[in-house]
Design a protein around this ligand. Sequence first.
Ligand code: FE2
Length: 411
Amino acid sequence: MNIVNARLRGKEGLFRIELEGERIAAIAPQPSPAETTVGDLDAASNLVTAPFIEPHIHLDATLTAGEPAWNMSGTLFEGIERWGERKALVTHEDSKARAKKTIDMLVDHGIQHVRTHVDVTDPTLAALKAMVEVRDETRHLIDMQIVAFPQEGIESFEGGRHLMEEAVAIGADVVGGIPHFENTREQGVSSIHFLMDLAERKGLLVDVHCDETDDPHSRFLEVLAEQARVRGMGARVTASHTTAMGSYDNAYCSKLFRLLKMSGINFISCPTESIHLQGRFDTYPKRRGLTRVAEIDRAGMNICFAQDSIVDPWYPLGNGNIMRILEAGLHICHMLGYEDLQRGLDLITDNSARTLNLGEGYGLEPGRPANLLILSAPSDYEMIRTQGYALASIRKGRLLMQRTPARVERC
Ligand code: FE2
């Protein structure tokens, strides 16, 4: 299969992309628009990119909103309460069915790489075992990384350390954490030492729910970054959320940024979830409750956007469309300046790939996997402005999905 009349990000003119088996064989400039021949796909002067990435989602909780009760206040704390009720009803088959239904939604929107957190503060580790099976059974659709996520703490939950080690033995790819939720500051710090030791020992990646609060005194990010720096693990470590940074004063943040840059860690922001859940203790002025996305980006550090939830007790909306998150995030983070719009897709493609350590398994280069999207617009700017979408998703040289655009007829 070949793709003709393709535009590539950051390049002038049209290109022809040749796929051979499961690999990209060649990418060559096209002097003029080409006719399609049998077996070719016509990008019609639209962008062709590597797949979209969902770097932070909770597939074990998706599609549970309202079961057995709705979150009436919309707050994080009522969400935890509602999830406690739903968690008691989780079965192996129920977990697998909801995760697979959600993966289909992600695939329909051009996503082929997913990092999911799975709650391991459950002595049976039922959801984790289900997700390991889902990871195997959906390899034709997505590449999945599973994070061992201690929702109720590593130190504060009975047997928390053992459950984390068990989760890794069963097959988790990434070690998680939630230091700001531990009962004390000391437990938060020791949980980070524990999870970094575990990841280093097993050669795994790290992705910590870090300082997901408006509390300006929640400062576990400095501990995580310093641990990453000292161990030389920065590129393999991610700090998710870090929403407290939106409430840090500038003097502290200026000192913190020096350490963050030295550490080389990655960041994930979930803008729709954070604008919904944070700022809940404020009247007015009301904080946005997000990390400093633009400032992290401007400082040359790596940050990407994620959905976090789809129809669960914490967030009742979502349909798998990461472009929706990008559009909202750029608004919320004051990133609608001209230059941000020219490279907006970085936040759901290349930056996310770096976070997930995808290396040569990702990107439009000859020799790399023939995983790519044909989009509905010719540039990042136009994709964002027109609320564009993936028209086709190709994986290992095979069409996964094609979308027929809606037609409007003037009457
Ligand atoms: Fe999360």
